[in-house]
Design a protein around this ligand. Structure first.
Ligand code: HPA
Length: 272
């Protein structure tokens, strides 16, 4: 069986477990995973139960897909994602997005933790992703193209939907938190960047740096899904401040702004 058939089997499994097919899905980045647990009338599917889904051990025990309601609307929330730095190929990393696409999801909100390259940002800011730069070193569409997913050479001139970015701005105003916008650069990781790399990334036009989101956004656009990306600036990037970078700091900041981030997501869901 091929990749498309595996994705289809997973999508059929999910469809068979839910009453209403969601048109919007959210991939929950660092510190946001438990938002999935707040959905109403929820159907929770551990990744290990979904056929062919990258095994839950790669994303931690919390890995699950939850379909449930927020403000009366049915959405899908993914708690736990697969990263390229764990050693997975990009087809595996984007499996979840492919399943959501075949299920019928039309809008995908990708959230992540990122380092702030733009010195105008403050730690804890939530940045609307206007565009990305792919420096992961590969692309999830490498290999034979399956036309059932999309075209060979998909357009990437508006990966992050202008309409959804406008909705994110409205949502930010609604929670009294005007949102900065910027360009996200995706790197392979898992080591953090050097100060010289950060100066380079600033020069090429990046405002924030992280290790996820880019492959998922490309796969989603390949399938015609409308994408919104929001980064939590959990730390200033390497060399901006005199201190070394630390994953605990990333998790602490993500935890600190979790309430605001979830508030923002709820306002986005209500408007999207
Ligand atoms: N660099 C890369 N990825 C990250 C960072 C960073 O500084 N912070 C959170 N994710």
């Amino acid at each position: 069986m091929g990749y498309y058939e595996d994705v289809k089997e997973a999508a059929d499994y999910v469809r068979g477990r839910i009453q209403t097919v969601p048109d919007l899905a959210i991939v929950l980045g660092s510190g946001l995973g438990d938002f999935a647990g707040t959905l109403g009338d929820a159907v929770s599917m551990p990744y290990g139960d979904i056929p062919h889904w990258p095994a839950s051990k790669v994303v931690g025990h919390e890995g699950r897909l939850v379909v449930g309601t927020v403000g009366g609307r049915t959405i899908a929330a993914l708690s736990g994602r697969c990263h390229t730095y764990e050693g997975h190929d990009l087809k595996t990393v984007t499996f979840a997005v492919r399943v959501l696409g075949l299920l019928g999801v039309k809008m995908l909100v990708l959230t992540n933790a990122a380092g702030g390259i733009n010195t105008g940002f403050s730690q804890g800011a939530l940045m609307v992703i206007d565009d990305h730069i792919n420096l992961i070193g590969s692309n999830p569409l490498v290999g034979p193209n399956d036309e059932r997913f999309g075209v060979r050479f998909p357009d990437m001139s508006e990966v992050y939907s202008k309409r959804l970015r406008g909705i994110a701005d409205e949502a930010g105003r609604a929670i009294g938190m005007p949102l900065p916008h910027g360009v996200y650069v995706g790197l392979l990781g898992p080591s953090y960047e050097t100060p010289a790399e950060i100066r380079f990334l600033r020069t090429i036009g990046a405002d924030a740096v992280g290790m996820s989101t880019v492959p998922e956004a490309i796969a989603a656009r390949h399938m015609g899904i409308e994408v919104l990306g929001i980064s939590c600036i959990t730390n200033m990037a390497a060399g901006v401040l005199p201190e070394p970078l630390d994953h605990n700091e990333v998790m602490e900041t993500a935890k600190r702004v979790r309430g605001q981030f979830i508030g923002l997501l709820k306002e986005v869901i209500a408007r999207a």
